[in-house]
Design a binder for this molecule. Structure first.
Ligand code: SIN
Length: 329
């Protein structure tokens, strides 16, 4: 593109200025700019979902949206209250629509945190991250100079389970002076943005998920064996259909997928790299900057998350309750 392709007008001073953008001739097309597959330009497949979200209205709360297709901050709900079934149902719908919902200024006790999460289903007990609170279902992540954050990779929680969690409710107890944000990626958008030939290739593909990739190194060989019996490798579809929305989404992550079934190691690694990279597309993401007593509830089926580990050696304390989900299909 060159400046000569743009229209221009002359100011009184005699100076010429362009009257349209230098890229106007590209007509909102996506453009491949190098042989290595670097693309720039708009992601048109986000438009329908973005516009759908723009049109939503809510009876019990207001929502401020974050990303194009993901993230909504809920205003006007006190999570410590004994919320009516109607409010819970509407929050559940908001979770399905925005994929992750945020709340500010919610000074919850652990009892209130667990009680709120339980309104959405039974809670999970994590075998590798044992509870360190009064509640078996509540895990405290307490980072400091001695314990750094290791959740800074794109993943969906416990995908190595036969039934991975449907969602997680995370409450900030203490936040660092700067940093420690959590990022979320819309995996429906990630799937929908794939080239047609890739969609066709992965349509019936299965990924093998393995707990030991992320948690194996912290176990002695005997416990590893015991845990392998309890948690054998599981197979989940690469393209998952969300059981509540009916929409297809991309369901692989580098934390827990060991390989794609039926492919050579090289093919599997190459395809996994490509598929997992989709979560890093900024247009699919939103980013949450924590404040003390904020609460985040993500739909663990529809999004992946990444906890930024840029605050060490500062302190960051959050507590998580996870709701048991269904078997991916
Ligand atoms: C997690 O990966 O579940 C933790 C997220 C966070 O600490 O923000």
């Amino acid at each position: 593109m060159t400046i000569t392709e743009t229209r221009s007008r002359t100011l009184d001073s005699g100076e010429k200025i362009a009257t349209n953008d230098p890229a106007s001739h590209l007509r909102a097309k996506r453009l491949r700019i190098t042989d290595r597959g670097v693309f720039v330009g708009p992601l048109g497949h986000l438009v329908a979902e973005r516009q759908r979200l723009e049109g939503l209205t809510w009876e019990h709360f207001d929502v401020t949206r974050y990303g194009a297709t993901i993230g909504g901050e809920i205003h006007g709900v006190d999570l410590a209250d004994d919320l009516s079934d109607d409010v819970i149902a509407e929050l559940r719908q908001a979770l399905l629509d925005y994929k992750v919902i945020f709340f500010r200024n919610q000074p919850l006790t652990s009892d209130q945190h667990v009680a709120f999460a339980k309104r959405f289903g039974d809670l999970e007990i994590h075998p590798f991250i044992p509870s360190n609170t009064d509640h078996p279902e509540l895990v405290r992540f307490e980072k400091s100079a001695d314990v750094a954050g290791y959740e800074n990779g794109w993943h969906s929680d416990v995908s190595w389970r036969e039934c991975p969690s449907m969602g997680a409710v995370l409450h900030a107890i203490q936040v660092p002076a700067t940093g420690g944000d959590t990022l979320f990626a819309d995996m429906y958008a990630a799937y929908e943005g794939l080239p047609d030939d890739v969609k066709e290739r992965i349509e019936d593909m299965v990924a093998v998920h393995d707990y030991s990739q992320a948690f194996g190194h912290q176990l002695d060989p005997e416990t590893q064996k015991e845990m392998r019996e309890k948690y054998p490798m599981v197979e989940h579809p690469v393209v998952r259909t969300h059981s509540e929305t009916g929409r297809k989404l991309l369901y692989v992550n580098h934390f827990f997928v060991s390989h794609l079934k039926g492919l050579s190691e090289e093919e599997s690694d190459e395809l996994m790299d490509f598929l997992c990279r989709q979560a890093t597309t900024l247009e699919y993401q939103c980013r949450f900057q924590w404040t003390p007593d904020s609460v985040v509830f993500w739909d663990n089926r529809a999004v992946q998350h990444y906890a930024n580990s840029d605050y060490w050696p500062d302190v960051r304390i959050v507590e998580r309750a996870s709701v048991i989900g269904d078997r991916p299909s």
